[in-house]
Write a protein that binds this ligand. Structure first.
Ligand SMILES: [Zn+2]
Length: 500
């Protein structure tokens, strides 16, 4: 690759929100794997014509599921899906290629049990092109729970720090706080609130979240505690999400796939299920310590996979499909099941509308990350469609007209005219997630940044524009062009180094 060494992207329309560039014509200079200032001596730099193209940093997926036992189980549980939709649960090799061809250059797997970290790394070593990292379910272990129960945060920090070190993790994830303890004691899938003590302990899920967030902060990890709170997918769970947000008053926390946690209602009947987004957004907008990813649902076939076995079991019962559960030394697990989201399903239509409502009513795009909780809400290949729904009101209106009539009537979506701009779409897919994940060299095109760069052809059809970048560079290497993979360099694994 002669182009990879030293080159300049000439005359592109640059979207670089971190450096306050919103659609300005600029040249981007690259030396090796880094972006540099315009050099005094330009000999030896290859010129690449970027005139007429939109230039953005490479995409950063902050919350996805691409490796580990749950993904392997997903491939096994849905073989018919694998036949009809070959990309549904892609192999690790095609995962890297598909992400890269989409303009993404960094991905995090958001739920790896510490006991399974070595396996996940083995698998991720085969994920080409992208830089990658894992969030460890480091608080599922009984010893950590016991230390948090004693309010011995030094010991908890020692254990969590050691887990991050040996598991080569990037962040700490908690999936259904206290859930593994309830699960082990036979309380599966039923509602517990944040103030129900864990079996045999005085520790409640609320105390666990509060203490664990402070432990993560004390370890100086790049990303704050990554929180998948209790009661995922259950009617009425907006209250649990609000209580979760209140728990972190002043301490940074990232809320995962909030769409799955924003429902009104007491049971699955048509009249009570609905959107609890408004009071949640109100709290979120007023609290800068919180960031979130949405976990958007899009219609079609996919596979749900979660470290929250209880939620998976509940969903499998409710939808009457087979479900697979893994326990790992009784220290964590996962649940996996196939799912088809339908426009005419009341619940699915609500989920779709609730996710969009989050994107369109949260004020600060820097604290909101585009995700589908791949593959739970939809495949990552559906991101361009989601970007069109957010950036094109007419298209969104047409889509809303096709969903279940109750949702059409009752969702606030019908009254929302906001369209995210290209700059805002750039923030929620790269600049914001890079900043929230704690990656100062990513998500921007300033001097010293990694040369992870995506060039798009401007198109009034945003889905077409974002589905097929003209060129994608990873660490200065041209890895994809017009949907074709050009090179498959090995990306790096992102490891955090906790303070001791
Ligand atoms: Zn997830």
């Amino acid at each position: 690759m002669s182009e990879s060494a030293r080159f300049v992207l000439v005359g592109g329309t640059v979207h670089d929100p971190a450096n306050h560039r919103d659609g300005v014509i600029a040249d981007i200079w690259i030396d090796g794997d880094r972006i540099i200032a315009a050099p005094a001596d330009t000999t030896g730099f290859t010129k690449i014509d970027a005139r007429g193209l939109v230039v953005m940093p490479g995409g950063v997926d902050l919350h996805s599921h691409v490796a580990g036992t749950k993904v392997g189980a997903g491939r096994r549980i849905a073989p018919q899906l694998a036949r009809s939709h070959p990309a549904a649960v892609p192999t690790i090799h095609s995962t890297g290629a598909l992400y890269a061809a989409l303009g993404y250059t960094t991905v995090f797997d958001a739920a790896i049990a510490t006991a399974a970290a070595a396996m996940a790394h083995l698998e991720l070593a085969d994920l080409p092109i992208l830089d990658k990292g894992i969030y460890l379910l480091a608080a599922d272990e009984e010893a950590v729970v016991a230390a948090l129960d004693r309010d011995d945060l030094r010991e908890a920090a020692r254990l969590v720090g050691a887990a991050i070190g040996t598991g080569r993790g990037w962040a700490v994830k908690v999936a259904n706080p206290g859930g593994p303890s309830f699960w082990k004691h036979g309380r599966r899938g039923d509602h517990h609130d944040l103030d129900t003590p864990l079996p045999g302990r005085s520790l409640t899920p609320r105390l666990l979240l509060d203490r664990l967030a402070r432990v993560v902060q004390s370890l100086g990890l790049p990303h704050p505690l990554h929180v998948h709170t209790a009661n995922l997918g259950l009617p009425g769970n907006w209250r649990t999400m609000l209580e979760t947000m209140k728990t972190f008053d002043g301490v940074r926390a990232h809320l995962a796939h909030v769409q799955f946690h924003s429902y009104t209602g007491g049971n699955l009947d048509a009249d009570s299920f609905g959107s609890g987004v408004a009071p949640l957004v109100e709290w979120f907008n007023a609290h800068d310590e919180l960031t979130l990813d949405v976990g958007q649902v899009l219609f079609g076939d996919t596979v749900a996979m979660t470290g929250d076995s209880a939620a998976a079991e509940h969903l499998a019962h409710a939808t009457n499909v087979p479900f697979m559960s893994h326990d790992l030394h009784l220290e964590g697990g996962c649940g996996v099941l196939p799912i088809t989201y339908r426009e005419k399903s009341l619940i699915h239509a609500w989920q779709w509308a609730i996710g969009l409502e989050w994107f369109l009513t949260a004020d600060d795009p820097w604290r909101v990350v585009l995700s589908t909780d791949h593959p739970n809400g939809a495949h990552f290949l559906a991101y361009p469609l989601l970007m069109k729904l957010l950036g094109d009101e007419g298209f969104r209106r047409e889509a809303l007209a096709r969903v279940h009539p109750q949702v059409r009537k009752r969702s606030p979506l019908a009254g929302i005219s906001r369209e995210l701009t290209l700059q805002e779409l750039c923030i929620i897919t790269r600049a914001g997630p890079a900043r929230i994940a704690g990656l100062p060299h990513k998500g921007h095109l300033g001097v010293g940044a990694d040369a992870d760069i995506t060039l798009y052809r401007p198109d009034s059809d945003l889905a077409r524009m974002f589905a097929m970048p003209a060129k994608v560079f990873k660490a200065g290497v041209l890895v994809a062009e017009d949907g074709e993979v050009r090179a498959t360099p090995v990306g790096s694994t992102l490891n955090a180094h906790p303070h001791s």
